[in-house]
Every structure is written in C-alpha cells, then in structure tokens.
Design a protein. Structure first.
Length: 345
C-alpha cells in the first residue's frame, strides 16, 4: 500500500501533536530506542481518548521504524482492535514498502540536498601536502562506529585522520556495551578486548575549528558540522563515511552529501545498496577505480570487512597516486552535478 509520491511535512516539536484533526507522532522524539515505557504511554493514549482520528507516524530524521519495532507495535494494536489500520499511515524515507499499512515517501532530507546552504566551497583550501590516506569523522557512539574507527587505525596506522567526539561519553557507552558480552567466549572476548585496549590509549584527532567555536565535546548539530567541514577537508585524501543508519539505504545524510558537494572521494558504511541508490539518482561512484562490491554485502560485518579490504588494496597498489587522481576526477564530476540532481529529486 505504498504511495510513492514524494511529500513534505509540517514541523512538530512534540511526540504527539494534533493538526487538522489528525494525530501526528514524531518518532525521532522517542530517542534511539522504542521501549516498554513508550509502548505503555501510547497504549494508554489510544485506549483512553482515541476516537478514530487518522494517525500519521513520521520518521522525519530517518528512523528505521521496522528495526525499532514501531511498525510491529502498531500491527499488534490493529490486531487487538484498538486501531483501524486504514486510519494509520507511515511517512518514511523507505524506497520500498511491502507492509500492511499505508505509506507515504518523504522527500530527500535538506541535510542531503542543501549542502550549498551550509558548506562554503570558497573556504575549502587545497589538500595538504602531508594529507593522510583516509579520514573518518565520527560523533555519536555506536558499536559499529567504534569498530570502524578501530579497523581504520589498525589497517592504516599513522596514515589516517580520525575524529571521535566526546571520548568520555564514548568510554561510558562502550563500557555499557562491553558489559553485555559473555567474556567466557574466547574468540568474542578477544575481539572486544583488543578494541578496549586500543580505545584506552588512542588519541583522536581534533577539529580545531569546532573547539575554537566552543564545541569542545558532546552533541554536535549537523549544520555546525557542515559549516566546519572546510577545516577538515584537506587533511585526508579519501573519506570513510559512517552513515546514520547502517542497516538501510533509504536515508543518506549530510555525511555523504558533504563529500559529493565538495569533491571528496569516499567510501560509505551504510545499508546495502547505498551506492546503487546514489547511482540511480545520477551520481557516479568509484567502481572504475576501486572495488565497490562491499556495497552488495548483506551484513554490516561483511560490508565493513570488504570496504576496509578495498581501501587496503588501493593503499598497496603501485599506482596508488594515479588511482587517487582518478578518484578525484570522479569526485569533481559529482560536485559539478550535485546542484542539478538535488533540484530534481
């Protein structure tokens, strides 16, 4: 029941809002996890005062409503007779929708389409003569992002540029994550022990422009990250993008768009088929120079392993600089068509 018409939505600042006799639920205000407390609250809300209003669940910040269990929660309410599924609509960035609910596709997020508002091309200098081979800019902790940073640092020691904001928070989140692992399983224990030892001594690179503007650590709004990107751009030759959702190719953000807009060659850790999606809207990716088969790997582990191997193959290629020059030419082409494509989508 998918409606593929691209739409845009009014902005709401509350989890539940009523507009034009329709109930709107902003899923990003549920935080990073949909839990029992949210379920209790929504069940009470619908059982106490709901009178058949249309319901629209909006994933305006790219939330993966299927993986978070929100779709299955509403399915259960419909099966229990609390809600009529014909009155429930999901608004998401999903390209495909084969679930038994109405669906409207959201337009591309301005974080992807409007980089010209946030990144000053004129501020970007030439790449440093001593630029590192690969760079990765990470803020919020997730286990996969920590693993990616670890893999990059171990594969390209002394030839990477890594930022990971708020190391204290990383350590706290990491410890909570590690505490859930059964350390009696030697193989798993060793993998994470190596990461923990590395994290304990790793000195991440600093974004001096953000520090000078008061963003020492903690949450960094994406607009501010875009505005400061010019100071990091010349420090590495290829960017390893760690996207917001590594399970889906439906929500590409400013993390990828910055590279397209500024002619920075990149690989991307996102959902399987993300490069294919970029190709489908008109961009050229880098398969003529590097192995991009990582984009087809079905698991996050497989994609990360294959992506790092692709970079490693380039790094040890005797014609590495020639190939990097070729990557730069493709990146410049994407930069030249970024505005045209974004106006079209």
């Amino acid at each position: 029941m998918a409606d593929n018409t691209t739409i845009h939505i009014p902005s709401f600042k509350k989890l539940i809002s009523v507009y034009d006799n329709t109930i709107y639920i902003q899923s990003h205000l549920l935080g990073f996890a949909f839990n029992q407390y949210h379920e209790d609250f929504l069940v009470d809300f619908f059982c106490a005062g709901y009178q058949g209003h249309p319901i629209v669940i909006i994933a305006s910040d790219g939330e993966n409503l299927i993986r978070r269990g929100i779709v299955s929660f509403f399915e259960e309410l419909c099966q229990q007779g609390v809600l009529n599924r014909e009155r429930v609509t999901f608004m998401t960035y999903n390209l495909e929708w084969d679930l038994n609910f109405k669906h409207k596709k959201l337009g591309w997020h301005p974080a992807f389409t409007c980089q010209d508002r946030y990144v000053e091309i004129g501020n970007i200098p030439a790449i440093d003569s001593n630029a590192k081979f690969v760079g990765c800019l990470i803020s919020r902790f997730t286990p996969s992002r920590l693993k990616l940073a670890y893999q990059i640092d171990k594969t390209f020691p002394r030839d990477n540029f890594l930022t990971f904001r708020n190391v204290n928070a990383i350590n706290g989140s990491g410890e909570n994550f590690y505490s859930m692992i059964d350390t009696s399983i030697d193989e798993i224990y060793q993998v994470y022990q190596d990461q923990r030892r590395w994290l304990a001594t790793k000195k991440f690179d600093i974004d001096s422009t953000l520090v000078d503007n008061g963003f020492v650590e903690g949450f960094l709004p994406w607009v501010d990250a875009c505005k400061a990107y010019y100071s990091l751009w010349p420090k590495y030759q290829i960017e390893c993008v760690s996207e917001t959702d590594i399970f889906s190719n439906s929500f590409l953000t400013e993390k990828t768009a910055k590279c397209l807009f500024t002619a920075k060659p990149f690989v991307v850790m996102s959902g399987s088929g993300s490069l294919k999606r970029l190709q489908n809207i008109g961009f050229t990716t880098y398969s003529s120079v590097i192995d991009e088969s990582y984009d087809l790997e079905p698991t996050t582990h497989g994609r990360m392993t294959a992506m790092i191997q692709s970079l490693k193959d380039l790094y040890h290629n005797p014609d590495k600089q020639i190939k990097i020059n070729q990557l730069n030419e493709i990146a410049k082409h994407n930069q030249s068509i970024y505005g045209k494509i974004c106006r079209k989508i």
